[in-house]
Write a protein that binds this ligand. Sequence first.
Ligand code: HPA
Length: 283
Amino acid sequence: MMATFISSSQIDEAVTAVKQQTNQQPTIGLVLGSGLGGLADAISTPDVISSATIPHWPTSTVAGHHGRLVIGSLQGKTVLVLQGRSHYYEGYSMSQITLPVRVMHRLGVNTMIVTNAAGGINPVFKPGDIMVIRDHLNLPGMAGHNPLRGPNDDSAGPRFPDMTQPYDPHLRQTAHAIAAELGFTLQEGVYSYVAGPSYETPAELHFLSSIGADAVGMSTVPSVVVARHAGMRVVGFSTITNMAVPNPAPGTVLTHEEVLETGKIVIPRLTALIQALIERLSR
Ligand code: HPA
């Protein structure tokens, strides 16, 4: 099957649909993962836009993901919250699942905050920890499934974008300082992106551990690659919802419900962290 590449004029059509439903001009974008959608409730003067009203938008089919955009005010800044992202494993193309990032960028967003649920590979981690992402392993991307594959829009970004610093060092440092003020230790590490939807086998986890992964998950990285291509500043947080270890206790099985449950417990902490981070961002 041919990959579906979203064209610049299709992105424009999506942007137009959003602009018809809000007059607010966001500069900060939040992309929230499984079970972490609650942050949007803290937004004042929200314009809520159903993703079903936006042409070319990939609608999510996963439990725990609402498909909507909430644009409004948070800590004195205008933010756009994307509730419910779509994933490659749902059958969309890389270009389709990253359309929301292109749209955010054209609306004026210059800083993207991403969250996700991830399995903890680093043995120091515990379920309920939050990891700020230092770097990523784009395994599907390295195997040819990169969201930038296909025609390059030179006005959006370069054909061969630099990825030496995908996650902003200053924002990472600020996040550590805020976590310390809030009284918890923020973990930091490498997020390895896998396409899913099956969870990893013991041999796959052994492999991921040996190549330097601290956590594993099925999202975020395509969005980050596109955001960096467009020159946006990125900070990412993984909620460690379960341990992803090659030798689990006998009888241990991993379910999406467990991932959602642990995700819920971390919400207050992650909400406080992100709110404080937004407060300290320059406009
Ligand atoms: N593996 C992949 N994705 C995940 C996991 C995991 O263990 N937990 C949450 N998302």
